[in-house]
Structure formats: C-alpha cells, structure tokens
Design a protein around this ligand. Structure first.
Ligand code: ATP
Ligand code: MG
Length: 499
C-alpha cells in the first residue's frame, strides 16, 4: 500500500523536463491542517487510490488549505476516466458533454472529480482570436498542471501521504503573495480571456499582488472578453460579485484600469458620484451578508449595479414627456436589453431585477390601501432593502426608508397613524400615485418643490410620498441623459424641461 502510494506520487516513466517533475512537500514543509480537509474529499481520493488510480485534491482547495483557509469546495483530479470514477461510487453522475467530469455526492456535499487533462493548447480548436473552443483530451498529471491558470492553483494534495505536489512554484508564490499565470501571459489570456477576470478576483479575495508580467497584458487584451460567450462572462461576474470581496474586486478592477470594456455594466455607474456611492453601498452590503453566511440574491445585486443606468433613462423618458410608470418600464427594458447582449442575464434574474425596480415608485405611495397592497408583494423584502440603499446613498430622503421600516414593523394602529402622518415636505395623501394618472404637466409642477430637497444633488430625489414622480429625477439633472435619451414610444407632451 505505502509502496503503491509512493509510486503513485512519484509517477512512472516521466520525462524530466521543466514543469514535468513536481516539488514534493511533506506536512512539516507545507503546514496544511488536516482538520480543514473535507472527509468526503478524502473518501474520494482514498477510494480511487485503493482502486489503483492516482487521485489528489487539487486547485483552489489546495491553495486555500495552504493559506489556512477552510475551502468552500473540493475538487479532485485523477487519472481514472469518468466512467471508471462513476463505477467506484454509489452516487456519482457524469456531467458535461465537451469535457466530462464526475459529480460524486455525499448527501448535499458535492465533490467534483476531473480526469487529468492533456494535449497542448496549440493543437486545440480555436476561434479567430485564439480563444480555445474545444480542448478535451485526457493526459498526464504534469500536463494537467500546466493547463491550470495560476501557479497557486496548480498544486495537488494527497491526503493519504499528506504531501503537496507543486509543479510551477506555487508554494513560493503563496509565500510571496503573488498571482502568477502559468506560461506566457498573453497566450494564456488569449486562450481564455476569462482568466483576466479570475486574476482580479483572486488578487482581491486573497489580497495578493499580481506579478507584473501577468498584469501587463491585461489592459491591452481586455477587449477579448467581448468574444467570450455571454453566459460564461456572467458566471464569472457572479463569482466575482458573490465572492464576499465584491467591493475589493471592484477596486482592483479600477486599479488595473479594467472597468472600461471588461465589465460593461460598470462603465457608466462608476463615473457618476451618486452611482458609485450606491454601488459601493450595495456591494459592501452583499459582502457583509456573505461573510455572515446569509443568502444573497443575484437579482438584487444586478438590480443595484444597474440602477443608476435605469434612473438615468427613466429621467430621460420622463423629460421627453412619458408618464413615470411607463417611463420606468421603458428604462428597465432598455437597460436589460443592452446588458443581455454583453452579459447573459438569466431570465429569472432579469425578472427579479424588474420586480425590484418596478416596486420602487410604489414605496412612495403612502396613501390609502397602497402600502397595505405592497406589503403583500412577494419580493417586498428585496424591494425594501433596495429602497433603504437608495435612501442611504443620498438619492432619497432617509425619512422614506424610516417610514417604511416603521410601517412594516408596526401593528395596525401604528400603521394607521403612519398613514395619517404628513411626511416632511410633501403633500401626503394627494393620491397621485405613480400610476395614478399624474401627467407630465402636473409632474413638472411638483418637481419644483422637490428640488428644494436636502438630498438634492444630481439625483434630485426626495422623501416625498407622491408616487413615482417623487423618484423621477429633477429636470435640472436631465440634460446629460437627454443626449442619450431613447425616443419614447408615444410621447404625450414634450416637456420644456427636456431642452
Ligand atoms: P474558488 O475558490 O473561487 O472556487 P478555484 O481556484 O477553486 O477558486 P474554480 O473555478 O473552482 O476556482 O476552478 C478550480 C481549478 O480549475 C482552479 O484552481 C484552476 O486550477 C482550474 N481552472 C479554473 N478555471 C480555469 C481557467 N479558466 N483556466 C485554467 N485553469 C482553470
Ligand atoms: Mg473551486
């Protein structure tokens, strides 16, 4: 058994070329705490090894273990084929068509088992920009290592012998807190432009520096991201945003000068002071939730990231004479359509985003039955959290958020009292809700009052209660958006403010 393990670690008949023989580190050298290793991952490697195969914990899990961080998931790499793996486990499922992997399940716990990949990228099928399209051959362990992205992600841990196999100087880079792409950086980004997003994510998450040779080509090669299927970019973006370090990732993107082009949705947002404040708050909020183990909804996240684009278009449509509610829907359509081209927002996420946005004017109708109806909304919580972010960012008066907090928490008498109360500076009880038929002319009149709002600023919002028109941005903030204003479908009346 021991002999077999030693043989399996050292491999047989390998050519001694650069990157083909790993450095092997024992427990004293690497210091991995076996307590942090998933017992299920150990079961998988052990079962495979007992059947005569090589099997190691690999990739991000080894990196995290070396950093004394409990890995969130465990991947196993082996020289067994997917079919051979499947036969060894009771609940194992072969996944994927292009490159098959096996999901081995233990209750809810999933261990992903991948067969060593082989064949050099040179022989792989590529698109005209050099992006690898098909690349699905099995190979030797050293070939598998060289195809991984970063040196710190290309190490293999054998729980049986507690040794780490390091093919590309990963241990040194872990110690030096350096992210270094394996091989020639330009070629590796060309093969798979998503690696540019990954490097930013890991640098922010691990607080590592990017090796200058690995970061230098990024600004030049960033446009290659456009050729990556939108669904893949979306997945990576989601990982980035839900890493628990979204804010740091964003700052890293800016540091690398990458938010232009690389992440289209951030282009506009980060240039607007209030937009940036809103996004910063939303991401800080998300990071805190993830750190507390609370769920985070991608719909909420993307609704936040795109809100200031919606707001700008909403403003433009209204300034061009559209009613507030249809204007909001048109703005949402525009923003969602534009994004889906670049970033495949799944339908469910897009519908959650629309719900959250569409709910916003309803929070401003604090009259009659309207607030009670809103309490029944399935996504009330998300809409309310979103409202609070808008208040906190200075877009709306804090009073509105406080009112809703009290209304949601209050009993029936408190609610009646809140409804009877006249909020600070607005004509409560006007009944002119967002969909209540308040036309543009009436709207203009009210805007004058809103501009006195202390929240003022470019967004001109306030904590009034007059339905959608309250969130409608002030005419004075319209001009820049008007330049980009989409033509309203049926402009009822051209607003002079729109000039
Ligand atoms: P995380 O903690 O975010 O899961 P990870 O490194 O485990 O980080 P995964 O996306 O789970 O990231 O990928 C597992 C491993 O697969 C990586 O560690 C790396 O070795 C390899 N890998 C993933 N994506 C790529 C890629 N685009 N190019 C090369 N290797 C990759
Ligand atoms: Mg992983």
């Amino acid at each position: 058994m021991i002999k077999k393990l030693i043989r399996s670690i050292l491999g047989k008949g390998k050519k001694a070329a650069a990157g083909t023989e790993p450095d092997i580190l024992g427990p004293k050298q690497h210091g991995i705490d076996p307590q942090l290793v998933s017992p299920n991952a150990v079961r998988v490697t052990q079962t495979l090894q007992e059947a005569g195969f090589k099997a190691f914990i690999v990739g991000g899990a080894v990196r995290d273990l070396l950093l004394s961080v409990k890995p969130k998931d465990f991947d196993v790499a082996t020289n067994a084929t997917p079919e051979q793996v499947k036969h060894l486990f009771r609940r194992a499922f072969i996944i994927g068509r292009r490159f098959q992997i096996v999901h081995v399940m233990f209750g809810q716990d999933l261990i992903e088992v991948t067969t060593f990949r082989g064949a050099s990228a040179e022989s792989a099928l590529k698109d005209e920009h050099g992006r690898v399209l098909r690349d699905n051959t099995f190979g030797e362990q050293h070939e598998d290592a060289v195809r991984r992205d970063f040196t710190i992600n290309a190490m293999y841990y054998d729980p049986a012998t507690q040794s780490v196999l390091d093919y590309h100087g990963g241990i040194a880079d872990i110690r030096g807190k350096t992210l270094r792409i394996i091989g020639e950086p330009e070629a590796r980004y060309r093969e798979d432009p998503v690696r540019m997003l990954r490097v930013v994510r890991f640098a922010a998450k691990l607080k590592f520096n990017i090796d200058p040779a690995s970061s230098a080509p990024i600004p030049i090669m960033a446009p290659l991201i456009d050729n990556v299927p939108a669904a893949r970019v979306f997945d990576e973006m989601l990982k980035l945003l839900m890493s628990g370090h979204a804010l740091a990732c964003l700052q890293q993107l800016r540091k690398e000068g990458l938010h232009h082009g690389l992440l289209p949705l951030l282009d506009v947002v980060l240039e607007q002071p209030l937009g940036e404040k809103f996004v910063t708050l939303a991401l800080a909020n998300t990071d805190a939730r993830i750190k507390q183990g609370k769920p985070v909804s991608p719909g909420f996240l993307f609704a936040s990231l795109l809100w200031h684009q919606v707001l700008e278009k909403w403003r433009a449509y209204q300034a061009a004479g559209e009613y507030p509610i249809p204007a909001l829907h048109l703005a949402a359509d525009d923003v969602l359509n534009a994004q889906t081209e670049k970033l495949a927002l799944q339908r469910k996420i897009a519908s959650d985003m629309r719900d959250i946005w569409a709910m916003q004017p309803r929070f401003e109708r604090r009259v009659g039955k309207a607030p009670y109806k809103l309490l029944e909304h399935l996504r009330l919580r998300a809409g309310y959290d979103f409202l609070l972010l808008r208040c906190e960012s200075g877009e709306l008066d804090l009073e509105l958020g406080d009112w809703w907090t009290a209304f949601m928490e209050g009993g029936s008498s408190e609610r009646e009292e809140l409804l009877a109360r006249k909020p600070n500076d607005s004509g409560s009880g006007s009944g002119a809700g967002p969909g209540g038929g308040a036309g543009p002319a009436k709207k203009r009149k009210r805007r004058g009052g809103r501009n006195r709002s202390k929240s003022g600023g470019a967004e001109g919002g306030s904590g009034g209660d007059e339905g959608g028109s309250q969130t409608a941005p002030s005419a004075s903030s319209a001009p820049s958006s008007i330049a980009a204003a989409p033509a309203p479908r049926t402009p009822r009346k051209k607003s002079p403010d729109a000039a």
